[in-house]
Design a protein around this ligand. Structure first.
Ligand code: NAD
Length: 967
């Protein structure tokens, strides 16, 4: 055994001995609640329900509400049984007994919170800190609060930090260092700051913007901290904010004013795979800066969140999946820190005895005095370990959350409890992906990664150089230039022409239909496998050209970065998903197994498909409809929207490179009202796949119903139209989420998604609070040219849309109350200020008609019944949303809200292929679901072939379930 290992073991034994000497009393409150937590943690379902209940509790006002929620959360027989443990333990949460009352319950949960939250406010926390002082335990204070959704809230938070700092400094003026040695490294007052509390618009794609906003907010706090001799530590939150936090730290503390200030620290999370590289970088930075700084090394508290988030988005998981890997990395980083003791002061934030003993032993090996580093442990936990460390002569500091008890409780559920706490399961491995089983979407680009930010900037630069390109029509594989040219402009800068497109007229439309008709016979007899491979090659090209195409979308339709990337990802998904689906349904399938007769159902393509697409998802929707038509064996004329014709031309290029045969896919740019209308009426068009406005959609639906001379088929129309989407905010909703998600759903991509939120329905009970936070959040949203990363609201598509939306705003002003309108918007370009109307009644025009811009109507209602009536009271049924923490109300909404896509406790936009098949009903569409399992059936004619296979009564014994295609 190495000497280090034996030293670690010896120290570990010593800590345990001391812990055994002063165990947490079984009957102490701390011991009791810790065991209670541990109990709930052992049972995943119970843990979830308990945290959910604790999470909603602060928003419940009456005993009745509390008891209702309790019943809903724990009514399940299994849960009640599990809860009996709590009953015995004294909390008496379970089985609703008549005498239980709201206040008792709130008191119980508050008591529990008190074990983990050091105080409600600066005064309150002092009692705790004084007590700890007598135990020779220091503190770092963290302010709890609601998530910051607006700049007003961020300013309030900054003021609270300052207040806390002043209070702590005043109260601890005469406190001396517990060890009396190397005290200059460890100021008594230590404040932990979360950057997300100081700026509501942090966008991982835009660290520079975050730093530019955060630095001025931080400077007064830092200045004052320095004057008061305090220490400031930057906390680390989720991975998405990591690079920004590091960047901010290095930027601010390199400034002349703070460069020689040693009392600043930052957190490194050992569960992150990047952490060693980050720490090395920090140490190098610290060396160059020439003044010490501090690092708190922790394992990391957002493990569940990071693993779920990365799996949802198809990203590489940033955290180690096995707990021992994080533990081992913690030791690696411990050594790195201690080896650089001359540059960095270490704080080891772990409750794990092995991690602690290792740090002690390694420091000893390097001859570092135990007063030159510290251990930081969470308030309310691991009391005996803290005692042991003090007794051994080490510095101990507690991480003390301060804030209101009940709202603060959710911080325990939000992952602040570190996974090093044995109760949190770190060993969960993601389920193995079965071969051929679940469909995998193309991952979204993670713009938190600097390399992706760089690629996007480079692509924007390159696209900027290629502005003004010219694109032809493509008919039967030939490039065709016409006399008329159509120019597509950048809505952020209308004098900038993104490209010129040859414009088709009736003769070109006729030629395209002729070419598609002629190509049909051969294409329909091409095996579906070949057609699948065409789509898969197209997907690969889309992936290869991903940044270029996203950048083009920023210019042509004003999409913010992540939205543009999402559009290309969705196009890729449509290709791979439909290829997969046709493999599932493409082969003839036996209908019933009867002796002597074989009946196989299979599908034929319909014929010539006309695809008419909108501009708002310029690649995804066009590509989705085209790919579905092609893979099912139809030949296609694609007509993109006039406003996004260059992106449409790119799709043609991609399919040509993928090898689509001449005539199978034809590209026509032109006016919808001219060539579009002509082709809809054409006898040789068998299928129309349309996505766009209600007005055009209804006309197509009607017109396609007329049978023309020489027409072979009844035309099939796939018709996806607009929406007037509503989101209901229940009285117990989590407003941190409801506000952020409503703003994003209403104003993301300027409200130009068919799924966008346009009616926010709020119950009168929490109307005032919702509005206060909503208006603040709206005022904080970033409006500007989407070439800048992190812009949420860019320009609307063109001048006509700009004028129409402004007219609607005038209508709104005459009908309702203008509650908010952004002022600071770019002077040129089609920018519409995000606008919110209140006092809106369901019968008003702004509550009934699709506006398709950043305009939100807020409707106040009495109760949930009225909310449902209002939500259902329009002609549309596309998307809908509900924010609530009442399981019973959630069930009611699931059953009653009229929406093709209903989203609960999340934004109502952002459907993902395969996961959220998309499409509405009523006047929103014909009930088809793009990206769903049955979508392809719309492009197909089902056929059954029956054969008598018996000869003189002699029949084959077995009939195969599937047959080869009939080609
Ligand atoms: P739009 O109806 O103006 O245009 C859609 C397409 O139809 C364009 O290609 C256009 O050239 C063509 N067109 C116009 N007149 C035509 C005619 N007479 N005959 C044939 N084609 C014609 O819609 P838009 O402004 O491009 O898109 C916005 C609309 O699309 C919104 O209403 C939005 O809600 C809706 N939309 C719906 C979905 C959905 O899945 N339900 C998705 C995206 C957009």
């Amino acid at each position: 055994m190495t000497s280090l290992q034996s030293e670690i073991e010896q120290r570990g034994r010593r800590i345990f001995e001391l812990v055994d000497k002063h165990p947490e009393s079984l009957f102490s409150k701390a011991g009791f609640y810790q065991r209670l937590m541990a109990l709930s943690m052992r049972d995943e379902q119970l843990k979830l329900q308990l945290f959910r209940f604790v999470d909603v509790l602060p928003s419940l006002h009456t005993s009745g509400e509390i008891i209702e929620h309790l019943q809903e959360y724990f009514a399940d027989a299994q849960d009640s049984r599990k809860l009996s443990a709590f009953l015995e333990a004294g909390v008496r949460l379970a089985g609703i007994v008549p005498w239980i009352s709201g206040p008792i319950l709130r008191w119980n949960v508050s008591e529990m919170a008190r074990q983990f939250i050091a105080g409600r406010n600066p005064n309150d926390v002092m009692r705790t800190l004084r007590k700890r002082r007598t135990q020779k335990i220091g503190f770092t204070v963290d302010l709890l609060g609601e998530a910051v959704v607006s700049e007003t809230e961020a300013d309030e938070y900054a003021a609270r930090y300052l207040d806390l700092l002043e209070g702590l400094a005043r109260e601890t003026k005469n406190w001396t260092d517990p060890l009396g040695k190397n005290s200059e490294l460890f100021p008594g007052v230590n404040l932990s700051v979360k950057i997300s509390a100081l700026y509501s618009q942090i966008n991982p794609a835009d660290p520079a913007d975050a730093v530019a906003h955060l630095a001025p907010k931080l400077r007064p706090l830092l200045r004052r901290a320095r004057e008061l001799g305090a220490f400031i530590n930057f906390d680390m939150e989720s991975y998405a904010h990591k690079n920004t936090t590091l960047e901010l730290f290095k930027t601010v503390f390199s400034e002349d004013e703070f460069r020689d200030w040693p009392h600043v620290g930052i957190v490194i999370q050992a569960y992150l795979r990047d952490s060693e590289a980050d720490l090395r970088d920090l140490i190098e930075w610290g060396g160059a800066r020439g003044t010490r700084f501090a690092v708190r090394l922790v394992k990391g508290a957002y493990w569940d969140y990071e693993t779920a988030k990365s799996r949802q988005n198809g990203w590489d998981c940033p955290v180690y999946l096995q707990k021992p890997e994080s533990d081992a990395n913690f030791e690696t980083l411990t050594r790195l820190l201690l080896e650089n003791e001359s540059i960095v002061t270490s704080a080891f934030g772990s409750h794990n005895v092995r991690s602690i003993a290792h740090a002690q032993a390694f420091a000893k090996e390097l001859g570092i005095d135990c007063s030159r580093f510290e251990f930081q442990l969470l308030y309310g936990m691991a009391g005996p370990i803290k005692g042991a460390l003090v007794e051994m002569g080490y510095r101990v500091r507690e991480y003390c959350p301060v804030g209101e008890l009940l709202p603060g409780m959710s911080y325990l559920g939000n992952g602040v409890l570190p996974p090093s706490n044995a109760t949190i399961n770190m060993t969960t491995t993601p389920p193995k992906i079965q071969p051929g089983a679940p469909y995998e979407n193309a991952p979204l680009t993670n713009f938190a990664l600097p390399e992706n930010q760089k690629k996007m900037r480079a692509a924007l630069h390159e696209q900027g150089r290629q502005l003004g390109r010219k694109v032809p029509l493509t008919i039967n594989g030939e490039k065709i230039w016409t006399d008329k040219v159509f120019s597509s402009v950048n809505p952020s800068q209308p004098d900038q022409i993104v490209g010129y497109a040859a414009e088709a007229d009736i003769p070109e439309a006729e030629r395209a239909i002729g070419a598609a008709r002629a190509a049909f016979e051969k294409w329909r007899r091409t095996s579906f496998e070949e057609r699948c491979q065409l789509l898969e090659r197209a997907a690969e090209i889309l992936e290869r050209r991903r940044f270029e195409l996203s950048a083009l979308e920023v210019f042509e339709v004003g999409k913010p970065w992540a939205q543009a990337d999402g559009d290309i990802a969705e196009a890729i998904d449509f290709c791979t998903f439909y290829a997969r689906q046709i493999r599932l349904i493409g082969r003839p399938r036996l209908t019933q197994n009867v002796p002597g007769e074989e009946s196989y159902q299979h599908y034929w393509p319909r014929g010539v498909a006309l695809v008419i697409a909108p501009w708002n998802f310029p690649m995804a929707i066009l590509c989705g409809m085209v790919s579905a038509a092609l893979v099912t064996g139809n030949t296609v004329i694609m007509k993109p929207s006039e406003q996004s014709v260059i992106i449409g031309a790119m799709l043609m290029e991609i399919y040509e490179e993928a090898g689509v045969p001449p005539g199978v896919l034809n590209f026509l740019n032109g006016k919808g009202s001219v060539i579009g209308a002509h082709m809809v009426d054409h006898k040789d068009v068998d299928l129309i796949a349309f996505t766009g406005s209600r007005e055009v959609g209804l006309w197509i639906w009607e017109s396609a119903g007329k049978t023309r001379e020489g027409q072979r088929e009844l035309k099939r129309v796939i018709c996806e139209m607009g929406g007037k989407n509503a989101m209901i905010v229940d009285s117990d909703a989590d407003l941190d989420e409801a506000i952020v998600d409503s703003i994003y759903s209403a104003f993301g991509f300027q409200g130009q998604k068919c799924s966008a939120l346009s009616r926010l329905i709020v119950l009168e009970e929490n109307y005032d609070r919702v509005m206060e936070r909503l208006l603040g959040a709206a005022a904080s949203v970033r409006v500007g040219n989407p070439e800048e990363p992190g812009i949420v609201v860019g320009p609307v598509i063109d001048e006509a849309a700009y004028r129409r939306i402004l007219d609607y705003i005038e209508v709104g002003k005459s009908e309702a109350t203008l509650a908010y309108q952004a002022k600071d918007i770019p002077p040129h370009g089609y920018f519409i200020p995000p606008t919110i109307f209140t006092g809106v009644k369901p019968n008003m025009r702004i509550a009934r008609e699709e506006i398709f811009g950043p305009v939100l109507s807020v409707i106040k209602v009495r109760d949930l019944d009225e909310a449902i009536d209002v939500a259902n009271g329009t002609d549309y049924a596309l998307t809908g949303g509900f924010f609530s923490r009442s399981p019973a109300n959630i069930e009611r909404i699931k059953a009653r809200l009229e929406a093709g896509n209903l989203y609960i406790n999340r934004p109502c936009t952002g459907a993902i292929v395969g996961r959220h098949p998309f499409g509405g009903f009523k006047m929103s569409g014909g009930g088809t679901k793009a990206g769903g399992e049955d979508y392809l059936l719309n492009f197909l004619i089902p056929r059954v072939v029956t054969e008598n296979v018996a000869r003189h009564g002699l029949a084959p014994e077995k009939t195969p379930e599937y047959r080869d295609e009939f080609l």
